[in-house]
Design a protein around this ligand. Structure first.
Ligand SMILES: *Cc1c(COP(=O)(O)O)cnc(C)c1O
Length: 398
């Protein structure tokens, strides 16, 4: 009897995956694309008809109210994009030059960029496989190993810097373990914040993902679940913080009927009314979008349920994910580029995970703990077409 090659199944896995996707999307498919099937045209036309296109207007207020509803927060401050939202939040919290902000290396570059814009240094801690978000155990160990309380302030004894905050990220829409992360941050006396740019419509238990932490940021970029063209927001239950964000984000102008007086170096970060109009129409469809995306995830889940050694990245326990981007882990990192090559040549957009932050030239000197799980996920993960168009395609041909 011939020996069974141990290499064969691995080769077959990537071939199988590429073939599977090409047959699921014979005309190709985008990773994610915007869908405008509601009141978008009416609301944007209304802005043009009335002349209310810029940074003041009824749609901004309405959009912020709707954001409070879907995130379960008391206040929302809409901004020009998600990066600006995080930058503004860190500045409003008094992040100082040289502070460290703990975050995962498995994130979009915006999280780390915003920290640097605020004068701080990112400090990377490992993630867990169940959520793809920061690992509360790894966070605890890291803070225990390098942290030192000095006059009630947590310092990194290796770098001498103040550790100011932890930012959890809801990767690909899966809620990170906010309750456990917030507890660790609290134990060490630092602020827990959340980058929920990808998780609008996701739940942890019965709570929206963006309800975690002192404040969370959202993004409405063109590739997110709902879009305003470009846009973002900070949501929080802290009304005083929201007022500070609003003031700083509107050039720190003192309210007055005609005088131009500013009391700080502010930012021009507020979302224009015309973008908010688009956002209101999009948010009206959030439940439909999420339901459709969850059905696509269900379809992927059953397709990868067989003994094919491909691991579908499912929602974390007790969570309902919006499955912003579906993902699989392939068994052998060396096979990844072959899968990407084959599918992309057939016009099906597959993408690797982001290059982890600590491997980027501007962040490779940043403080970091052990990142073994991050490395493994980044080497083996592939994102699959996840938009409404992809969902419609596979669900209609079923
Ligand atoms: C999209 C995104 C942001 C914000 O991006 P903008 O393009 O500035 O709106 C921040 N963090 C993560 C994880 C994101 O995916």
């Amino acid at each position: 009897m011939p020996a069974i090659s141990t290499e064969l199944p691995t080769v077959r896995v990537s071939e199988w995956l590429a073939e599977f996707l090409v047959s699921a999307f014979p005309d190709g498919a985008a990773l994610h694309e915007p869908t405008f099937s509601g009141n978008e045209w009416n609301y944007v036309k209304d802005c043009l008809d009335t002349g209310w296109v810029s940074s003041v207007g009824g749609y901004v207020d309405r959009f912020e109210e709707m954001l409070c509803d879907v995130t379960g927060r008391e206040a929302a401050v809409a901004t020009v994009n998600g990066t600006a939202a995080m930058h503004l939040l860190l500045v409003a919290l008094g992040v100082r030059h040289g502070d460290e902000i703990i975050m995962p290396a498995l994130t979009f570059v915006a999280t780390a960029n915003a920290a640097v814009h605020a004068g701080a240094h990112p400090h990377f801690v490992d993630v867990e496989t169940t959520t793809l978000g920061l690992d509360p155990g790894a966070l605890e160990r890291r803070l225990h190993d390098i942290g030192e309380q000095r006059d009630g302030v947590l310092m990194n004894r290796e770098t001498g810097a103040r550790i100011r905050a932890v930012v959890g990220v809801d990767v690909f829409g899966h809620p990170c373990d906010a309750p456990a992360l917030a507890k660790v941050a609290d134990d060490f006396g630092i602020t827990y914040l959340q980058d929920s740019a990808e998780s609008l419509g996701s739940l942890r238990g019965s709570k929206p993902a963006a309800a975690g932490g002192l404040a969370a940021i959202l993004s409405f970029n063109g590739n997110k679940t709902v879009t305003t063209g470009g846009g973002g927001a900070v949501v929080t239950d802290d009304e005083a913080l929201a007022a500070r964000l609003r003031h700083l984000g509107t050039t720190a102008k003192e309210p007055h009927r005609w005088a131009y007086r500013h009391d700080a170096t502010g930012y021009n970060y507020r979302l224009p009314n015309i973008n908010a109009a688009l956002g209101c129409a999009q948010l009206e469809q959030l439940d439909c979008f999420v339901a459709r995306k969850r059905r696509l995830a269900e379809w992927y889940r059953s397709a990868f349920a067989g003994p094919k050694h491909i691991q579908f990245v499912d929602e974390p326990p007790a969570c309902e994910s919006n499955f912003w981007l579906n993902a699989v882990l392939i068994p052998d990192a060396a096979e990844r580029d072959a899968v990407l090559e084959r599918a992309n040549t057939a016009r099906t957009q597959l993408r690797p995970a982001w290059e982890p932050m600590h491997r980027l030239p501007m962040f490779n000197n940043c403080a970091r703990g052990e990142l073994a799980v991050t490395e493994d996920i980044c080497n083996r993960l592939v994102n699959l077409p996840s938009g409404i168009a992809a969902a419609n395609l596979v669900l209609e041909t079923q």
